[in-house]
Ligand binder design. Structure first.
Ligand code: SF4
Length: 362
């Protein structure tokens, strides 16, 4: 099906035409995983599910950075906030994520100096303006966030700042996708790959993961027309038995991506093994601050370390992040666990699957 981009990415008639096309070509049950939390929320907000045939199932994956950050890292970040002469800076969606016994919000209510920042550069600015205090930025995110954090660390290095630190819990998406696909989750027939990560890394970054998963995979944008195009491509491939790799977000994603950003990320961080909530340790799936910039790592500079704490019992975030369950199958969903009283991060984050189901209706 051809699409005229001048129609716009939210155009109702284009969406209807794409949905009709999907209904025409889809003949049998198919399950697609949207790897990215931003896709999950956009699918709900735009009513994409209601446009698809009933035999098309969409499952959420491990692509919400706050959700996949394990309790051991959340507790370590919270422990920083209790330290003397220390400002803990974090993005807003980390504030209410429950650690083992408290959250950053609880700590702030108790008098700890916890600041919500909109960018890592804001936390760098805090360090400049508060030279007598240590400023620790809670680094949580994927390949989209890590280059900006790398830029801040390089800037701090240039400025010779001695009071700026980053607790790095950054993660890489392809190893997690491989882990999910290799964990016996054979029900997934196609992968909706994250458009924003791909804009940074380049579409080719995901080619090998698509190949090893032996499923069709499509880099997809976030507007309703983008999503329906990606889904249509995956269903076309599924129906014809293809396991190809497709970039349906050409207007934002090139094959090679943003090379200066990736070079910066690769200079400041080393790839390391990393623990993911609900999945466990995945080899070569995280980013640790490299030797050259180690003085900015609070684990190295003043002994902060991930704890041994396990993720909360009863919370099914792990199953949900791996596509093995949906929020309704969690016994705590809407009963004990709500956005005001979250048990797990999937109910807190703006990209969390449980929060998306809660707010947008299933
Ligand atoms: Fe965890 Fe709450 Fe989601 Fe259940 S509903 S999986 S407890 S976040």
């Amino acid at each position: 099906m051809t699409f005229d981009w001048r129609d716009g990415y939210r155009d109702t008639s284009t969406c209807r035409a794409l949905a009709g096309h999907i209904r025409d070509i889809s003949t049998r049950p198919v399950t697609l995983m949207e790897v990215c939390g931003t896709h999950t929320v956009s699918i709900f907000k735009n009513g994409i599910r209601s446009l698809l045939p009933a035999h098309v199932t969409l499952l959420s994956g491990p692509g919400c950075p706050v959700c996949v950050t394990p309790s051991c890292d959340i507790d370590a970040i919270i422990s920083v906030s209790g330290q003397e002469n220390t400002i803990l800076a974090a993005f807003g969606d980390l504030m209410r994520v429950p650690g083992t016994s408290s959250s950053l919000q609880d700590k702030r209510a108790g008098g700890a100096d916890v600041r919500v920042v909109c960018s890592v550069m804001e936390s760098l600015d805090l360090a400049v303006k508060n030279p007598s205090k240590r400023v620790v930025f809670a680094g949580v995110g994927f390949e989209t966030t890590a280059p900006t954090v790398a830029a801040a660390i390089k800037e701090a290095d240039k400025m010779k700042l001695a009071n700026f630190f980053v607790y790095s819990s950054h993660k890489l998406t392809p190893p997690a996708i491989s882990a999910v696909m290799g964990s016996g989750n054979s029900s997934i027939d196609g992968l909706i790959l994250p458009g924003h990560v791909s804009a940074m890394t380049g579409a080719d970054y995901f080619r090998s993961v698509a190949k090893t998963s032996r499923r069709a995979a499509a880099v997809t944008g976030f507007e309703p027309v983008d999503l329906l195009r990606g889904i249509a491509e995956l269903i076309r491939a599924f129906e014809s038995g293809e396991t190809g790799f497709y970039n349906t977000y050409e207007r934002a994603v090139s094959a090679e991506g943003n090379k200066p950003a990736m070079n910066m990320m690769n200079e400041v961080f080393d790839v390391t093994d990393s623990r993911w909530r609900g999945i466990g340790v995945i080899s070569a799936s995280g980013l640790a601050i490299s030797e050259r910039y180690r003085r900015f790592d609070p684990c190295h500079a003043f002994g902060i370390a991930p704890t041994d704490e396990a993720d909360p019992s009863g919370c099914a975030c792990g199953e949900i992040l791996t596509g093995k369950a949906t929020p309704q199958s969690c016994p705590l969903y809407k009963k004990v666990c709500t956005p005001l009283n979250p048990v797990g991060p999937c109910m807190v984050s703006g990209e969390g699957t449980c929060a998306a189901y809660y707010h947008y209706g299933e």
